[in-house]
Structure formats: C-alpha cells, structure tokens
Design a protein around this ligand. Structure first.
Ligand SMILES: [Zn+2]
Length: 376
C-alpha cells in the first residue's frame, strides 16, 4: 500500500510567479458539512476511527451493504463514494443515475440534472467519474479561468515554493521534516474502499495529530516552525495519504524522530486502517528529517504547465509534496491514476491543501523578493 519513495526528491523543472492563491489556513478536523455518512463498514456501519468527531449521520448506512466496494480486479466499477452519502453533498458532475432507467448523459449534455430526474441518484463509478473529470475540468482549462481547479492548484504550487524559499532564508538553521500518514485501501474482505471513505478515515483524527505536532514542536521543544499539509493519492488505487511538511528553525540540529512519535500515534492508534508497520518514526519513511535540506534543481516536470518560478530555489522536499497536489492532473499529466486522484480530492469535502497560520502569504513573499533584489 505504500507508494514508494523512488521518485522522492526527483529533480523537477523551472516556474514563474503566479497570482496569489486563495489561502486555506489549516482548520484541521473541520469540513464544510458534506461529510458525515459512513461507508457501511464491515464492523458495524459507524465511523471506522473510534475518536472521530464527525457530525451525526443524516442517513445511517446499512452495516452490511458494501456492494459499492469491489475487488481490485473490478476497480473501475467501484463507486467513488458510498451510496449512503447524500447526493446533494457531492459535486454535481459526479452524481449519476442509480435506478438504471433514466438514460441521462453522465457528461451533462442532457440539460436536466440527474438529481431532478432520477429517483435514486448515486455517486458514479470510478471509471465514469474519470471520464467526466477529463471532460469537465479539461474543457474548463481551454478557456482562461483563474478560478479553475487546475489554475488554483498551480497557484498553490507557486505559493508553496515561494513560501519555502522565504522560510529557508528567514529561519536560522532550517531543518525540514516530512511526516507521511497512510492507511490501508482495502477492507477485511480485500475489497477496495471508496476514496471518499478513505479520505474521511484519514481526516478523522487529523485535528489530534496537528494539535500533538504543535504541542511537541512548539510548546514542549520551543521551536519556531511552519508547515504545509497536502493530501495525495498513491499510484495504486489512489489511496489518500497525508504529507505534513515542516520548516523548523533548528540551529543546533536537535530535531529528532522521537518528537514525532506522539503526533504519529494519534493517527496510527485511533485509525483502524493504519498500522505501525508503515509508521515507525525511525525505520520507515513516516518521518523524514533533513537537517541540511537538499535543494531542487528544477521546480516542475516538463510540460506540466509549471514553467516559471525561475527565481526561487526550493527544497526538494517541498517540490516533492507540491507535485502530488490533485488537479495538477490536467496540467500535462493525464495518467488514469492522476485523474482518479483529482476526482477523489474533488469528491471529498476535506481541504486537501492547507498551511499553518504563519506560513508566508503573497505579501510576505513579494516584500521578501523585493528586499532580495535590492541586496543583489
Ligand atoms: Zn435513474
């Protein structure tokens, strides 16, 4: 289930400053209310993670209904969310006919929304949703549209790399840490769980993880630090996982893996899909510490549309996490799993990219760049 780190810190290629993105300051544990219905869990229907603070279910799922989960060989036929999720809470392009009699065009060419004609609208299958994403988001991209998901992702990309350069310059003795939290994509019967549910499980305890991280680094060890949190999906089955990339002022190189054990435990011990096998803070890639962060020689892949940012030299770690952002999918990369990752992010009500409150904003970065120009 681990996505290998074979491409970790792989070189990537140049980019130019973009408009400031809409900022999502970290509000972990919160969502816009679209979530809250379980996946019809094998162990009794409720949320998998026992300490979840999900809002009450408006429509409780049947505990034994897991027909929307499929064996890996039928991956494309699996639904993107459990049928128990209220269709009104899902993005309209990804809601399809559930009765089989409506004859509606899944690509929205019929005019009438499926929710108005179908008595039982339901989340689409992965295969259909992938095609819808290609057409819907792809067509948006053909017209200049600063608010499109692809454009927004690019702006985020630039913001993360700019912020990284700023923090590298401002923090004394920068240490970076990449914390990665994962879970199993299959249930006890070996069936692949919906991306919507996996994201819910991943986020169920993220508030506790972040609280613990802030306590450990900030209060207990008195570090000055910032972070960016990015959800990605693996190549295999697009299993959502969290990357928390930390910039820490650490002049004595005293940041250690032990400082992350309790934050990581908030995820592993509370989420039944997570295990210590993948999260040992010393012997796995769950906590990767760089006291002397490697720098990127390129900022993006050729053809991915991120062809500026020539004036910053980001750490390789930030390029690694930024490149995993969903919705960069159509900016050059069109592998099915990359589209599936973008679909999963869109279907989920969770914020897949966010930063700490003190992360440099557009104004900080511009002032920093001007000072830098004056100096040179
Ligand atoms: Zn129907």
């Amino acid at each position: 289930m681990l996505d290998a780190l074979e491409d970790l810190y792989a070189d990537s290629g140049g980019a130019e400053p973009l408009d400031p993105p809409t900022r999502f300051v970290d509000r972990e544990g919160e969502n816009d209310g679209r979530s809250g219905v379980g996946d019809g869990d094998d162990k009794g229907g409720g949320p998998r993670c026992p300490y979840s603070e999900k809002p009450p279910s408006p429509k409780p799922p049947s505990p034994r209904d897991d027909s929307h989960r499929v064996p890996p060989s039928r991956y494309d036929q699996g639904l993107i969310a459990p049928p128990s999720v209220d269709p009104e809470r899902l993005p309209a392009p990804f809601v399809g006919c559930g009765c089989g009699d409506c004859n509606v065009d899944p690509f929205g060419n019929g005019g009438t929304p499926v929710t108005e004609v179908c008595p039982t609208p339901q989340p689409m299958t992965r295969g259909t949703a992938r095609e819808v994403y290609r057409r819907v988001v792809g067509s948006n991209r053909e017209t200049p549209n600063r608010t499109s998901k692809v454009e927004s992702a690019r702006q985020w990309y630039a913001n993360l790399l700019d912020g990284d350069a700023y923090l590298r310059a401002e923090m004394e003795g920068l240490t970076t840490v990449l914390v990665s939290l994962r879970l199993s994509p299959t249930d006890d019967n070996g069936k692949v769980v919906t991306p919507w549910q996996l994201t819910e499980d991943l986020y169920a305890n993220v508030g506790a993880v972040m609280d613990s991280l802030r306590y450990s680094l900030g209060q207990k060890h008195d570090f000055d630090f910032e972070y960016a949190r990015i959800t990605s999906g693996t190549r295999q089955w697009v299993t959502p996982h969290l990357h928390i990339y930390c910039w820490i002022a650490d002049p004595d190189d005293s940041v250690s893996p032990e400082m992350f054990r309790r934050p990581v435990a908030k995820h592993v011990e509370r989420c039944s899909r997570a295990s210590w096998d993948a999260h040992d803070v010393v012997n796995t890639d769950a906590v990767r510490i760089e006291h002397d962060p490697l720098l990127a020689t390129r900022c993006g892949d050729e053809g991915d549309g991120i062809d500026g940012l020539r004036d910053v030299t980001p750490t390789r770690g930030v390029v690694y996490v930024a490149q995993q952002m969903p919705h960069l999918a159509l900016a050059g990369a069109t592998e099915p799993w990359e589209i599936d990752r973008a679909v999963a992010a869109w279907v989920s009500s969770r914020q897949w990219v966010s930063t700490s409150e003190g992360f440099p904003d557009y104004g900080d970065v511009q002032a920093f760049k001007e000072t830098d120009d004056d100096d040179s």
